[in-house]
Design a protein around this ligand. Structure first.
Ligand SMILES: NC(=O)c1ccc[n+]([C@@H]2O[C@H](COP(=O)([O-])OP(=O)(O)OC[C@H]3O[C@@H](n4cnc5c(N)ncnc54)[C@H](OP(=O)(O)O)[C@@H]3O)[C@@H](O)[C@H]2O)c1
Length: 286
């Protein structure tokens, strides 16, 4: 079944005027990579936003799937991430250009520092290393290799330091976000500072799909638990990137624009926060 009428997903404006589709497709090093599922997402489900990272090890395969889809490059939003093993000015610039060539792309729509802590040993503090790395991203942005630049897993203190040390405010902060993990203060801070808040692991890597409140709401709206969680995230104006390698699930995860959750159900889902992380937690990274 083709979903052509839904081809245009709503977009969220960034501080530099670009617009990112509010719903994207995640890729991952967990659970494998499906070429056919990516092509299907692009050609049949209206997906125009794909999230990846060097760390996920699928850049080359993803680049091939994008080409096979036949979707013009200018219609796509591609996010990639710089792994902390590549932090530092020179290494960061090289890693970004290498990632572009791995994917067969001339530019990324968004390039993120994946994590606030560098992996290589050096005499620099974390803060100094982040500043050096961000300087490289600022240049890549000015050169047009990255149409927007941002960070991932950054806490308020990391963002405050970056603001003091650098000139371009990150366009996006990509952070874990699902009913069990709602970093409200960070979200408010980002919005106040003009940084778009993007949420990853919207299904809490499956963990939220069996929650009784989610199941009850799913039944009420005759939607699946995954659709309820994705809709809740989007309705909170969060850029949302569920991952699946299965065509049927990708199609399901994209069908979240034909219904709206009532305020009471938004509140019920909002009350499920228990602080757990299903990915990694940067709270204590200096
Ligand atoms: N910046 C970061 O540090 C960071 C960290 C983690 C993730 N991310 C990004 O966020 C994306 C999503 O996060 P995630 O993969 O951790 O978690 P997620 O999207 O919350 O959950 C993915 C899991 O849910 C399953 N699934 C997907 N749709 C489903 C459905 N409709 N019904 C039942 N199960 C379903 C998937 O299995 P199948 O594949 O078998 O369908 C997979 O096991 C990643 O792909 C990545 O792009 C970023």
């Amino acid at each position: 079944m083709t979903l052509t009428p839904l081809l245009r997903f709503p977009k969220v404006p960034l501080s530099n005027g670009l617009q990112i589709p509010i719903l994207g497709l995640g890729t991952s090093h967990h659970g494998g990579f499906s070429h056919d599922a990516i092509v299907y997402a692009l050609t049949e489900c209206g997906v125009r936003h794909i999230d990846t990272a060097k760390r996920y090890g699928c850049e080359e395969k993803l680049g091939k799937a994008i080409i096979e889809s036949g979707i013009p490059r200018s219609d796509l939003w591609v996010t990639n991430k710089l792994w902390p093993g590549d932090y530092g000015y020179k290494a960061a610039k090289k890693a970004c250009l290498d990632s572009c060539s791995q994917m067969g792309l001339h530019y990324f729509d968004l390039y993120l520092m994946h994590w606030p802590e560098p992996l290589q040993s050096s005499n620099c503090s974390n803060r100094e290393m982040r500043t050096e790395t961000w300087r490289a991203l600022e240049e890549l942005y000015k050169e047009g290799v990255c149409r927007a630049i941002g960070v991932s897993n950054f806490q308020v203190h990391h963002l405050e330091e970056l603001k003091e040390d650098c000139s371009v405010v990150p366009h996006i902060n990509q952070v874990e976000y699902h009913p069990f993990q709602q970093p409200k203060l960070l979200m408010e801070y980002c919005r106040r500072e003009g940084i778009v808040f993007e949420g990853y692991s919207p299904l809490a890597k499956n963990q939220v799909l069996r929650n009784p409140t989610v199941l009850q709401i799913a039944e009420k709206y005759r939607q699946t638990p995954a659709q309820i969680c994705i809709r809740w995230s989007i309705q909170n104006r969060v850029v949302t990137i569920p991952k699946s390698t299965k065509k049927k699930r990708i199609q399901e995860n994209c069908q979240v624009f034909g219904f709206q959750l009532e305020e009471s159900d938004m509140t019920a889902l909002g009350s499920l926060h228990d602080g757990r992380h299903v990915s990694w937690d940067s709270t204590h990274v200096e």
